[in-house]
Write a protein that binds this ligand. Sequence first.
Ligand code: GSH
Length: 247
Amino acid sequence: MTDLHRLYALSHSLYSGRARAYLIKQRIAFQELSTGHESFKTEVLPKAKLATIPTLVTPTGEVIRDGAAIIEHFESANGRPSQPQGPCQQIISALFDVIGHDGLLRPAMHYRWNFPTENLHFVQYHFLHAQRDTPERAEKTEHMMNRMRHVTEVFGVTEQSQPLVEALYTEYLDAFNAHFEQYPYLLGWKPCVGDYGLLAPLYAHLGRDPYPASLMQQRAPRVYRWVERMNRPTKTCQSFLRRAPIF
Ligand SMILES: N[C@@H](CCC(=O)N[C@@H](CS)C(=O)NCC(=O)O)C(=O)O
């Protein structure tokens, strides 16, 4: 038996980024495997029932599907290290968790699927390698990608709404960038549940696909640094070192 958790996730998956960052920041030892790995079909799916990611397998073989359930599994066992202490901060943290994993779905999908000149090659590579290596791989990849393009429209990103989606996202980026002039995380000096929710769209899609990543780097470098910081076990970053508290 191993004491490593196994996280089934993909680097381009929105919800995977939230669970992965939590494990990294909480220093929980894990091995990440793709859904293309044989064990996902043979070991995980019979217990998980639905093929969604992230899905966690604990060292004792328990299967936990859904990013929120994965975070709650550790939060409840470890004295809620990512819940702020004050009631107002708890509400803000919970609110930003929802804003992240639901509210920012429109810009996340828009900036991935509506900029094919910059994104297609990169996105296609990741979707292809998420599929098991079978003769139908290319066909399945195309099917998945078309499904996501359709979902983008279903979520409300149409030709008419695109300017509004972009205006709201860039306004949000500017505000978040200004916030990071003061603090390295959403509510101060350590990440809370709200940071993890926000990271979902801001990592895999908006901070990693070529077009939106470049937009974030150029327009909101402090947000880009937060995205990096959320994927590293250390608590703070260069620009905050001189006044960071020692925990
Ligand atoms: N609420 C779930 C959503 C998980 C989810 O929809 N994940 C996507 C990838 S980002 C997925 O597995 N999609 C595959 C499918 O729906 O068939 C969570 O937070 O884990």
